[in-house]
Design a protein around this ligand. Sequence first.
Ligand code: GTP
Length: 593
Amino acid sequence: TDPSRIRNFCIIAHIDHGKSTLADRMLQLTGVVDQRRMRDQYLDRMDIERERGITIKSQAVRMPWRDEFVLNMIDTPGHVDFSYEVSRSLEACEGALLLVDAAQGVEAQTLANLYMAMEHDLAIIPVLNKIDLPAAQPEKYAEELAHLIGGDPADCLRVSGKTGDGVTELLDRIVEQVPAPVGDPDAPARAMIFDSVYDVYRGVVTFVRMVDGRIEPRERIRMMSTAATHELLEMGVISPEPTPSGGLGVGEVGYLMTGVKDVRQSRVGDTVTISSRPASEPLGGYQDPQPMVYSGLYPLDGSDYPVLRDALDRLKLNDAALAFEPETSTALGFGFRCGFLGLLHLEIVRERLEREFNLDLISTAPNVVYRVTMEDGTELAVTNPSEFPAGKIATVYEPMVKATVLTPNDYVGAVMELCQGRRGQLQGMDYLSPERVELRYSLPLAEIIYDFFDQLKSRTKGYASLDYEATDELPSDLVKVDILLQGETVDAFSAIVHKDKAYRYGLSIAEKLRSLIPRQQFEVPIQAAIGNRVIARETIRAIRKDVLAKCYGGDVTRKRKLLERQKEGKKRMKMVGRVEVPQEAFIAALSTD
Ligand code: GTP
C-alpha cells in the first residue's frame, strides 16, 4: 500500500470511557466485521481465548476506509503497569484519539495517556464519547479538553460508541488530521515489535510496524538486539483475523510468525530486519522492562511445587516482564520469588496460575526493590526483605514515583492528608476547571503499592482517580523489621519499612500472630526487632491442657479419633524453633491487611 494512503492511530482513554465499544463501531462501519459475526467488544478476545487455551490477541486491526485509505488501529494496554508496552504502541502510530466519557470528564489516565502521546509527538484528536447518555455534558467537558490540549472546544468531536453517532465523521477526521507514515522504502528493512504473544499451535506471533524497507514472506528475519535469525513461516495483516499477505512495506502494520516458542526471542521494543540485507542501526533505544515489585509465591500444598515451577515457565513464554527464582521460607516451604511490573501484573499472574493451572497459592506481602550501599563500597539490590544486609550500611535507596491525582475540589484536603501520611511531596497543583483539580506528588513506590488506591477512593467517595509512573530513587531512612517467635526469625514476615513506621508494623504483625497461633506447652514470646533491638513484644501464654482428659471413661474409639485428628493437624504444622505453628496462621497473617 502507498504510505500516503495509510493512517496509523491508537485510542487512548481512562478505564471504561468506552474504547472497546467505539472500536466495535469502527469495525462495523468499515465493514471489517459484518453484522452477523459482530459481538460486543470484538477485540477483547483474551478471555474467550484464555478459556480455550489459545492466546493470540489482536493488538492491531486493519480497516479499509472509503475505498482508498487503510486505517490501522493499534490497541494500547490501558494500565500503568504496562506503560512500557503502551509507549511502544504509541511509537507505532502517528495519531491518537483522546477519548473522554462525556458524563465523567477528564480522569487521571486520560492525562497520563495524553502526556505520553504528546511525548511521542502524535497528532491528538479530542473525542467526547457516550453523548447518548442523559447525564452527558459535552459542552462542559469540551471546555475542559480544550483547556488541556489547546484549541477550540468546538473542535472536539462528539460521538457515541453505543449508537454509532458521529463515528463516520470521526473516521474522516482521522484521515484528515493523522499524518501519513514516512519511511525510506529503499532502505534495509526495519520493523518495530510492539507486541508479541505465544500461541500453543503456532508459536510466537509478533506484531510489527514497518518503518523502512520491506519484509517479504519466506525471508529470514533477524532480531537486532540479539542478532538471532529465524525463518518466516507466515506473515500478514489482522483484519480482523490474521490474514496472510504478500509482504509488508513502509508504514504498514502486521504480524510475523516464525514457530519460535519463547516470546523472549521476540521482545517488545526490539527491531526486526532481514538477514540477507540487515539494517545497521536499530530503531529507538531498546531496554528490557524491569520488575518493580517482588513477592514470594508458594503453593498451599507443598507437593504442588513442581506444578508451580512448570506453570511459571509457561507464563513466562508469554510475558517477558515476569521474573522468578526459587526460594525457601521457614514459614511457607518451597516457592518462588517473583518480580512484576506492578501490583496489577502480580494479580493477573497469580490469577492465571490459579485458574489455568489449578493451583492454590499464597503470596507474601509485595515489596519494591531497594538498592543498598555498604560502608565498604559494595552495593546490592534487595528483592527480598529477609536478604537485607546486616553489616554496616551506608545508604538505602528506594524507588520513587510521580503520582497524579485528579479530584473534585471538595476533596483536595483529604487527598493531601493521605499523600502526606505516605511520605509524599507535593510537586504541583492545577485547576483543570473551577471544580476539578490535578495534584502532582512525588511518593515512594512502596507507599502506594498496598492500599493507596482504595484509601484514595474511600476518602473521595470514589471521585478521585490516580495515575503514576516510576521516576528515580532517593536515599531514605529505611530499616528491616524482623518478627521472631521464641527468638527465631520468621522470614516471611520480615519487611523493609520507614523508621517512623517500624514500630507500628512490628506491633501489628505481633498482635496478629498472637491471636492466630494456638497456645503451646510453654510460653512463646513474639518479638519485632530491628537488628538486635526489640521494638515490640507480645506473648502467647503457656497452657498445659490434657486433650484426653475430657474423654470420660474408657471410650477408646473416641480417644483414638481425637489422637488421629491431632496427627492430621500436625502435618499442616510448621516448626519454628520449638514452636508449632499451623500453616493457616501464617497464611491468615499474610493475607489480611
Ligand atoms: P476498558 O477496556 O475496561 O478500559 O474499558 P473501555 O474503555 O474499553 O470501555 P468499554 O467499551 O468496555 O465501555 C465501558 C462501559 O461503557 C460499558 O458498559 C459500555 O457498554 C459503556 N459504553 C461505552 N460506550 C458507550 C456509549 O457511547 N454510550 C453509552 N451509553 N454507554 C457506553
